[in-house]
Design a protein. Structure first.
Length: 317
């Protein structure tokens, strides 16, 4: 399916150096923000108070969030839990207050606004749990990277695998850089979005790489640069349809999903936009600079023994 067909190949690789310099500067800036500002980690990683409150009617999550914010608590996560009548509240550690004092103060405010509010449970989540989640998240990221490299190396060639991983890590670091610069809250849903971006971005790279391999078979007279330009140009329509549809869904979560899904959708939005950019200008360009050739993807057929092209054909001992 195509919305339009471009008759003439766009010379993407002609400007690859300029765009990759921009990417490198953006990447370096993101790394600097990560080291200088750091990530604003949520309760899951830093520890804090966990409360489960139940109502005898559907709870207004935004109202509950505002009531708790009115007490001076910041970075509070409020979401439905199990049903619309149950609310899960996560609050970071407050200096000078115990977990019991926090939960008592919050419950008092909620009951003052709605007497049907009932505390089901309260507990303290220690920072050691957050450390374990952070380590597990890094392990998941490492396994995803290794899996992608093995898949691409087997399906295509190691140069494509290296190019795709560099492009994907480029996307991940830039997402983290945005969260570090603006000090947006980095939570488990955001970590899930980062892992999703890795898989989503590599899908676009695979589509382009597959078209490059197909072009090497079809166009014998084209050089590598022309092959890559043709592959990217011929997949633009598919890219617009796929990424446009996905972005519409993500934007609906960003606009209408409320505070719970806000940063999750924001991370996906950044990842989708930079994923398109990196697949075209980073992954394809790096593969070109690594010296990808027709012979890397299309193996020459083995000449059967005794054929006219066999150098030993007709030899007499």
């Amino acid at each position: 399916m195509e919305f339009f067909k471009i008759r003439r190949d766009i010379p993407f690789m002609r400007h690859a150096l300029v765009f990759n310099v921009v990417s490198l500067l953006t990447f370096v800036a993101a790394v600097l923000f990560l080291f200088s500002r750091g990530l604003h980690l949520s309760v899951e990683f830093t520890g804090g108070t966990l409360m489960e409150v139940s109502y005898n009617h559907p709870a207004d999550v935004n109202l509950v969030r505002n009531q708790i914010a009115g007490l001076g608590f910041t970075d509070v996560q409020v979401q439905n839990f199990g049903s619309t009548r149950d609310v899960l509240i996560r609050m970071p550690v407050v200096k000078g207050q115990t977990s019991a004092q926090q939960s008592e103060q919050v419950l008092k405010a909620l009951k003052a606004a709605d007497p049907t509010a009932e505390l089901r449970r309260t507990e303290f989540v220690g920072p050691q749990v957050g450390d374990e989640l952070a380590i597990d998240g890094l392990k998941a990221l490492a396994f995803v990277v290794i899996g992608i490299m093995l898949y691409l190396a087997i399906r295509f060639e190691w140069k494509f695998a290296v190019a795709a991983i560099i492009a994907n890590l480029h996307d991940v670091i830039i997402i983290l850089g945005f969260f570090a610069f603006f000090q947006w809250e980095f939570s488990l849903p955001v970590l899930a979005a980062v892992l999703a971006v890795l898989g989503y971005s590599v899908n676009e790279s695979v589509v382009i790489f597959d078209r490059i391999r197909e072009n090497f078979r079809r166009f014998r007279k084209m050089d590598t640069t022309e092959i890559i330009d043709n592959a990217i140009t011929s997949t633009i329509s598919r890219t617009i349809i796929t990424h446009g549809s996905t972005q519409l869904m993500v934007l609906s979560m960003l606009i209408f999903g409320g505070a719970t899904l806000h940063y999750f959708a924001l991370a996906l939005t950044i990842g989708i936009l930079f994923g398109i950019y990196s697949s075209v200008f980073v992954a394809a360009a790096i593969a070109m600079w690594l010296g990808i050739r027709r012979e890397d993807l299309i193996k020459a057929p083995v000449k059967p023994e005794g054929s006219p092209d066999d150098p030993n054909s007709g030899a007499v001992v």
